[in-house]
Write a protein that binds this ligand. Structure first.
Ligand SMILES: NC(=O)c1ccc[n+]([C@@H]2O[C@H](COP(=O)([O-])OP(=O)(O)OC[C@H]3O[C@@H](n4cnc5c(N)ncnc54)[C@H](OP(=O)(O)O)[C@@H]3O)[C@@H](O)[C@H]2O)c1
Length: 453
C-alpha cells in the first residue's frame, strides 16, 4: 500500500447556490458523488450551505434536504461565510442583481448564464475586477465541453485566428433530424420539443440568438474583445427546407448552424448562420444535440473540442470544475489575478461588417418554367459579379415553378446580397430566394517542421 507523504489540511469553503433546476441538481449530484476526489485534488471541501429556489414545495429529481432550500436571496448574499455564489437561475433579472450584490459583498461568482454575461458582462466583469474577484463561466459555452478552459489555458501561448462552433444543440438536433428523416422544420422542431431538446418557445435557439451569446463569449476568451451580441450577424434555421437538405446531400454537403469568429488585427468578423458543410469536414459528423468547436491557431493549427453541449450532468461538470478553480484560488491565496474571462485589458469593438467576407454560396431561386428564365437569372448574377460554379434544377411538370439551384464561386458578401436583392424584385421571382453560405473544405494536413517522426 502506498504511503501518504504529506497530507494538507482540508479547508471548508462555503458556497451559496442560486437555482436548483437542471444544472443546479447536476452540481449537487457531482459534488455528492465526487466530493472525496475533489477534496483530494484541492485540499478544500466546497460546502453548499443554502440554495435559492422559487418554490420550496416543487418536486425535484434529486432528493434534497429541505433545510438546504431558501426563498430569501439574503440568506446567501448576506451570509459573510459564503465565499462563492453559483448563479444558475438563468435570464437577466434577477440574476444580474444577485450577481452584482454577490460581488459587492466580496464573493466570487460562478455562472452558466451566457445571456447574462453576453448582454451585461461589461458591468459584471468591471464589478469583479474592481474588487479582485473572479467570475468563472465554463458552463455557459458548449455545456460540458471544457472549451473555454482549453482556449484560456491550453492555448494561452498560441494566437487564435478562427473558431467555428456548433454551439446550439437544439438547432443541431433539428437540422440533424431533418437530414436523417426528411422531416420538415416544423416536424423536426415538434420532435425535438417532445424529446426535451427544444423549449416551448424555441426562438432564442432556432433564430441564432443563443449561439450569438456564446460567440460573444468565445470572442472575449479568444482575443480579449467584448462585442455586443445584438451586433453579430445572425440567420436562424427556420428557412431551411427539406428541399435544401436534399440538395445539400446531392451536392456533397450537410447543413449545420455554425457560429464563426475570425480574428485578425482589427475588428472580429462574427456570424451565426446555417451553412453548407462539406460531408468530409469534421463538423459534418457532429450529430443530435452534441456540440463541437473547431479552433484554428497559428502554432497548433486545428484542434477540435467535442462533447455534450447541455444537460444536467455535463453542464454540472463544467460548473463544479469552476467551483474547484475558485476554491484553488482561495486556498492558494491567488485570488485577484487576471480575470478568467480573457485578458488583463478587454477592448470593446463592433464586429466588422460582412461585406468583404468571401465564400461560395448555395442559392435557390424560385421562378416559373418559362423560356429564357435561366438566361435572365444568370445575367442578373453576372451583372453583380457573381460567377456560377454549378447549376441544378429539378425538372418540373409543365407549368410548375422551377427551384433553380446555383452554386456560386467564391464571391464577396456585398455582391451576393446585391444580386439576391435584385433577383427577389425580379418580375419572374415567385418568392424570396433561399441562400446559404458554404464552408470551405479543410485543407489536407500539411507536414510542418519536418512532419511526423
Ligand atoms: N440546462 C442546460 O443544459 C444548460 C446548459 C448550459 C447552460 N445552462 C444555463 O444554466 C442556467 C440554469 O439553467 P437550468 O436549465 O438549470 O434552468 P432551470 O431548470 O429553469 O432552473 C432554474 C432554477 O432557478 C430557480 N429560479 C428561477 N427564477 C428564480 C427567481 N426569480 N428566484 C429564485 N429562484 C429562481 C428555479 O427555482 P424553482 O426550481 O423553484 O422553480 C430553478 O431551480 C441558465 O443560465 C442556462 O442558460 C443550462
Amino acid at each position: 500500500m502506498g504511503t501518504r507523504l504529506r497530507s494538507a489540511p482540508v479547508r471548508s469553503i462555503h458556497i451559496g447556490m442560486l437555482g436548483l433546476g437542471n444544472v443546479g441538481q447536476g452540481v449537487l449530484r457531482i459534488l455528492a458523488e465526487n466530493g472525496a476526489a475533489i477534496q483530494d485534488r484541492i485540499a478544500a471541501e466546497p460546502v453548499i450551505g443554502r440554495v435559492l429556489v422559487r418554490d420550496l414545495a416543487k418536486a425535484r429529481e434529486l432528493e434534497v434536504d429541505p433545510a438546504l432550500l431558501t426563498l430569501d436571496p439574503d440568506d446567501i448574499l448576506e451570509d459573510p461565510d459564503v465565499r462563492v455564489v453559483v448563479e444558475l437561475i438563468g435570464g437577466i433579472e434577477p440574476a444580474r442583481t444577485y450577481v452584482l450584490r454577490a460581488l459587492e459583498a466580496g464573493k466570487h461568482v460562478v455562472t452558466a448564464n451566457k445571456a447574462l454575461l453576453a448582454e451585461r458582462g461589461e458591468e459584471l466583469f468591471a464589478a469583479a475586477a474592481a474588487r479582485g474577484l473572479s467570475i468563472y463561466f465554463e458552463g455557459s459555452v458548449a455545456g460540458g465541453i471544457p472549451v473555454l478552459r482549453a482556449l484560456r489555458e491550453g492555448l494561452a501561448s498560441d494566437r487564435i485566428d478562427r473558431v467555428i462552433g456548433i454551439v446550439n444543440g437544439t438547432s443541431n438536433y433539428i437540422l440533424d433530424a431533418m437530414s436523417r428523416t426528411g422531416a420538415s422544420y416544423e416536424q423536426a422542431l415538434a420532435a425535438a420539443q417532445a424529446a426535451g431538446f427544444a423549449e416551448a418557445d424555441p426562438t432564442l435557439d432556432v433564430e441564432g440568438g443563443d449561439a450569438a451569446h456564446k460567440l460573444a463569449l468565445l470572442t472575449l476568451v479568444c482575443v480579449g474583445v467584448r462585442v455586443d451580441p445584438d451586433q453579430i450577424h445572425t440567420d436562424g434555421i427556420t428557412r431551411v427546407r427539406p428541399f435544401d437538405i436534399r440538395m445539400a446531400a446531392e451536392l456533397g454537403y450537410v447543413i449545420k448552424s455554425l457560429a464563426i469568429g475570425e480574428f485578425g488585427d482589427g475588428r472580429p468578423r462574427l456570424r451565426v448562420h446555417p451553412t453548407f458543410v462539406p460531408r468530409d469536414h469534421i463538423l459534418a459528423g457532429v450529430h443530435g444535440s452534441y456540440n463541437a468547436v473547431e479552433v484554428s491557431s497559428r502554432a497548433l493549427g486545428q484542434s477540435m473540442y467535442y462533447g455534450k453541449g447541455a444537460g444536467m450532468m455535463p453542464t454540472g461538470v463544467a460548473v463544479v470544475s469552476d467551483i474547484i478553480e475558485v476554491c484553488r484560488d482561495i486556498v492558494g491565496f491567488s485570488e485577484g489575478g487576471p480575470p478568467p474571462g480573457a485578458f488583463r485589458e478587454v477592448r470593446a469593438l463592433e464586429p466588422a461588417p460582412l461585406d468583404e467576407l468571401e465564400c461560395e454560396n448555395y442559392l435557390c431561386v424560385h421562378v416559373p418554367n418559362v423560356p429564357g428564365v435561366l438566361g435572365k437569372v444568370a445575367s442578373c448574377l453576372g451583372r453583380h459579379g457573381v460567377s456560377i460554379k454549378r447549376m441544378n434544377q429539378d425538372t418540373p411538370g409543365a407549368g410548375e415553378p422551377i427551384d433553380m439551384v446555383i452554386l456560386t464561386e467564391r464571391t464577396a458578401e456585398a455582391k451576393v446580397r446585391a444580386a439576391l436583392a435584385e433577383l427577389d424584385t425580379f418580375d419572374l421571382s415567385l418568392m424570396p430566394s433561399h441562400r446559404f453560405r458554404i464552408l470551405e473544405s479543410e485543407a489536407p494536413a500539411q507536414a510542418v517542421d519536418g512532419g511526423p517522426r
